[in-house]
Ligand binder design. Sequence first.
Ligand code: ZN
Ligand code: ZN
Ligand code: ZN
Length: 419
Amino acid sequence: MKFVADFHIHSKYSRATSPLMDLENLDRWAKIKGINVLGTGDFTHPKWFESIKKELEPAEPGLFKLKTGDSGIRFILTSEISCIYTKGGKVRKIHIIIFAPSIDAVEKINLKLSQIGNLKADGRPILGLDAKELTKIVLDADENCLVVPAHAWTPWFSVFGSKSGFNSLEECFDEYTKYIYAIETGLSSDPAMNWRLSQLDKINLISNSDAHSLPKIGREANVFDTELNYKGIAEVLKTKDSKKFLYTIEFFPEEGKYHYDGHRTCNLSLSPSQSKKYNNICPRCGKPLVIGVLNRVEELADRPEGFLPKNAIPFKSLIPLNEVIAESIGVSVLSKEVSKYYNNLIENLGSELKVLLESTEKEISEESLPEIASGIIRMREGKVSVEPGYDGVYGKIKIFSEKNSLNNKNNIPNQRTLF
Ligand SMILES: [Zn+2]
Ligand SMILES: [Zn+2]
Ligand SMILES: [Zn+2]
């Protein structure tokens, strides 16, 4: 069975998340977005785990559904841990996603981790625990658990991060590396960037939203064609089979918050080659630059740009629908017009991913405007330009940039911003 999965989100018990992140709302928004399997996130948090046990019931083995009514959405038990520890004489800060096959396994993991740190403080707890030790604890609880390094390239909190990461999975996980089957590429990198590292050839590249609020669910996701149960999903993550792992849904990586280098407070964004010219020192404040994902990938890459490994899983780059609408009609994402067209498209065409990936130009046009339809088509064709994000600032996407509009003037009906 073909389904779309987003494994990494956060509940209302994580820091800086929306108070609306509860199970009922997650279920409702998964439907709007077109996600079939959603990670619960935050299962280490006692109150969230209570809700999971109280409000969900078993569905297919290892998956869960709402007790109050089956919308078709399935939940899978996942959580994220922030490991902060010293290894090799450096402070490491690494976020790890854990998948668990059962409530029992979660009970065991939570018991063990609660002896190490305070699980109540944050849905994504900070533990003074080596990522390798975490892997051991999780696999001891249940051998079918999975451990996946989160947003593997972000500078501050990731396995390859420029500030506190490692140069290889082996350096981080030692003898446990063989249990690391996948990494999450994060919003600021896409599979093509990761293909430049031969050390990742055996690793599955997965993508998740890491949503902190409901509308962000599914902004990155994984499309599988396998049995709908925990075992089926785990098998896809453990092997690398393009018949079962069809593709990932990606941001344009430039839109992510850490694609380029720079300093947010100095209002300075630099490409890797520009940073090099400044020896990675900010020319405005004299402090070291925050080295972004693109630069870090180039540092560790052993292949040229554009390299395609043999068993690569394909991907599709998308822009969130509200952003496409806003950009197409030249208004702010928060404007009433945007939500009007958004709701109309979802109501009549099914889900956000359906609209972004499958609906025809004619269908979209009929439920919104011709310029919105042509914006979506342009996105599918990759005809967009992006001002890259840096040091925590999201990139700015342009579907109808000056340059593109002039080049393709005849293809764009009623492009309002032009006239
Ligand atoms: Zn994280
Ligand atoms: Zn997260
Ligand atoms: Zn600076």
